[in-house]
Write a protein that binds this ligand. Structure first.
Ligand SMILES: Cc1cc2nc3c(=O)[nH]c(=O)nc-3n(C[C@H](O)[C@H](O)[C@H](O)COP(=O)(O)OP(=O)(O)OC[C@H]3O[C@@H](n4cnc5c(N)ncnc54)[C@H](O)[C@@H]3O)c2cc1C
Length: 356
């Protein structure tokens, strides 16, 4: 239990933090209660900004990913899509992502203690301790970092289907009080995720709200069992205390519908490694706040459509009437639009909304 940097949690955040710290020459030991390959409920959509952030860690996700060119919103009788302004997104099976990240970490010389469930911070001899133990982080509690500025939860359930992707876009289908999103993850496979505020609602129960999707998926074989998870919109008051810093979902998160969870944690990892090198975790806290601002804002914007039927159908109609407005929002979502242009786009959208 002795290292320069001791990482608790070997999901994407822990592996990313370990890689970034190792890239700067720290001796890194990572402990996780599970044993690879580690799977998790995830929409498996990697946005172009996440692909770029992964590249900074030396990760080539394209080798295991299925490309998609943009996002499509689908509502009853309305649909609108837009291409990403640059590059493409990737559908990457969670187990493949874990394998690629693990291989990269191993090649850099990160040391691992798999099957090691940590029960406290006692006994760890490390200059820095990194809590990367996910949304229900215990490191967060042990370090006294549980206090939140905001905290709301939804529930996600995921299943893979053997069927050729029917769209070149990652689709978000808007139902009454839930959404289903579909990511192409292979030439013959899609990942379907249901997200709602109801922990008891399952894919099967929600299908009647998505007749178009049901028509496609009812003929396809489900190749994985349903796997669930909590998706939190959470911002903490602080992301470090003493020599303990949090990364990834442990440090706060945005709703899964944004598809930005992975991007955030890749960026946290780089920012944290910079701060460790400088011996200054306050700089990590500042950078963490800056990294989260745009995804949080976009999550709030998207969730305005959740459960508000009239507003949602007006917004979808407005976007379908002027797809360039949707393209502007997507560009902002992936960090390719300036705040000024986004504001201008927002005004045009407001006008279109009033007239639709
Ligand atoms: C339904 C759903 C859909 C999503 N869709 C997308 C998407 O399409 N695109 C996207 O970018 N993001 C998506 N996300 C978000 C993304 O999955 C998360 O941001 C990401 O998994 C967070 O990774 P993490 O490493 O922080 O946590 P986790 O992946 O939860 O990993 C935490 C690790 O810590 C280990 N651990 C926990 N406690 C201990 C302990 N005491 N000791 C040792 N080890 C411990 C666990 O075994 C686990 O391996 C989605 C999330 C959900 C719930």
């Amino acid at each position: 239990m002795s290292a320069d940097v001791f990482v608790i949690g070997g999901g994407p955040a822990g592996l990313a933090a370990a890689i970034a710290a190792r890239q700067r020459g720290f001796d890194v030991l990572l402990a996780d209660g599970a044993i690879p390959p580690i799977d998790k409920a995830c929409g498996e959509g990697v946005m172009p900004d996440s692909v770029a952030a992964a590249r900074a860690l030396g990760l080539d996700l394209a080798q295991a990913g299925h490309a998609f060119r943009g996002i499509e919103f689908v509502g009853p009788g309305t649909a609108v899509h837009a291409d990403f302004p640059q590059g493409n997104g990737l559908g990457v099976r969670r187990t493949a992502l874990h394998r690629i990240m693990l291989e990269r970490a191993e090649s850099l010389g990160v040391r691992f203690a798999w099957g090691t469930q940590m029960t406290s911070l006692d006994g760890i001899r490390a200059r820095w301790i990194v809590g990367a133990d996910g949304s229900q982080s215990r490191v967060r509690r042990w370090a006294g970092l549980d206090a939140c500025v905001r905290d709301s939860r939804r529930y996600g359930f995921r299943r893979h289907f053997r069927v050729a992707p029917w769209s070149e876009y990652m689709q978000i289908h808007w139902g009454g009080d839930c959404q289903m999103y579909v990511t192409p993850v292979g030439p013959e496979e899609v990942c379907a995720v249901l997200i709602s505020r109801d922990p008891h609602l399952r894919l099967e129960d929600a299908m009647p709200q998505f007749p178009e999707l049901r028509a496609r998926l009812c003929k396809a074989v489900s190749v994985t069992p349903e796997r669930g998870g909590v998706t939190a919109s959470r911002r903490l008051k602080a992301v470090y205390r003493g020599n303990v810093a949090l990364v990834g979902d442990a440090s706060g998160s945005v709703d899964a519908i944004t598809g930005e969870g992975l991007c955030l944690l890749f960026r946290h990892a780089v920012a944290l490694a910079d701060a460790l090198e400088a011996g200054d975790l306050a700089s990590y806290a500042a950078e963490h706040r800056r990294i989260g601002r745009r995804p949080e804002f976009m999550a709030d914007l998207m969730l305005m459509m959740d459960g508000r039927e009239r507003l949602r159908s007006r917004m979808l109609r407005a976007m379908a009437a002027r797809p360039s407005l949707f393209a502007g929002m997507l560009a902002m979502h992936v960090g390719e639009l300036s705040a000024f242009d986004f504001f201008r786009n927002g005004l045009a959208f407001g006008w279109q909304l009033l007239n639709s």
